[in-house]
Structure formats: structure tokens, C-alpha cells
Design a protein around this ligand. Structure first.
Ligand SMILES: [Zn+2]
Length: 125
């Protein structure tokens, strides 16, 4: 179970920029990183090749994610301003962690969750 997440600062600012760009629609990206015991290192956010912005997380086809062990989860934005996961988010959980960036998309408005839907402390580095 993931209990701590480290997020690469450069990767995070790119993700947050895209969240701002597509607001008030949702941004959805794949999380690339490494798992080491109880912690996850987020190194990159990838635009899914099949994504269209604004469909919302529940419309995201998780079965179409290419088999790639470096993809450790999905990140998306909440234009509503809440970083709590919705029921749809939890039903569509993919991988080991979920990152939710809430409006206004700064690094203090992130919710990071493990696959048990527990909020996980994070550090940006
Ligand atoms: Zn959501």
C-alpha cells in the first residue's frame, strides 16, 4: 500500500498548466513513475493518446490504457475546486495512486489517494 508520494516539480507544473488551459473542462493524464515499497515517485504526466478533454473521469476508457508497468495511476482535475474523489473516481481507480488537482490548480490543492481511497501525504521535489 502506498503511504507516501514524491512528485517531480517540473512534471507537476506541466500537469497543472494543462489543467488551467482546459478549465472548466477536466484534464485527465496518465501518471508515470516508480513504486518503491510503500512510496511512489511520480516522474511524468502523459497525455493519453485516445483522450478527448472534457468527457470527465467517468467517461475515461481505462480498459484502453496500454499495458505499461511504468504507468502507476491516473491524474485528473476537478474544476469544482474539491480535491475529494467522487464515487465515479473510486469506481474507475486504475493502478496504485490517483492524483486529483482542484481548481485553482496550484500545488497545495492536490489530493493524492492510494487504492484503498486513503489520502496519502505528498512531497514535491
Ligand atoms: Zn474526479
Amino acid at each position: 500500500m502506498i503511504e507516501k508520494v514524491y512528485v517531480n516539480r517540473e512534471a507537476l507544473s506541466l500537469f497543472l498548466e494543462i489543467c488551467k488551459d482546459v478549465h472548466p473542462r477536466e484534464n485527465i493524464m496518465l501518471i508515470r513513475g516508480k513504486i518503491r515499497g510503500g512510496s511512489a515517485d511520480v516522474t511524468e504526466f502523459l497525455i493519453p493518446p485516445f483522450s478527448t478533454y472534457g468527457e470527465g473521469f467517468s467517461g475515461f476508457p481505462t480498459h484502453m490504457i496500454p499495458f505499461d508497468l511504468s504507468i502507476i495511476g491516473i491524474a485528473h482535475s476537478h474544476p469544482s475546486g474539491s480535491c475529494a474523489p467522487s464515487t465515479e473516481d473510486l469506481n474507475n481507480f486504475y493502478g496504485r495512486i490517483m492524483i486529483i488537482a482542484a481548481y485553482p490548480y496550484d500545488e497545495w490543492n492536490l489530493g493524492i489517494y492510494n487504492s484503498k481511497a486513503q489520502k496519502v501525504p505528498y512531497e514535491i521535489k
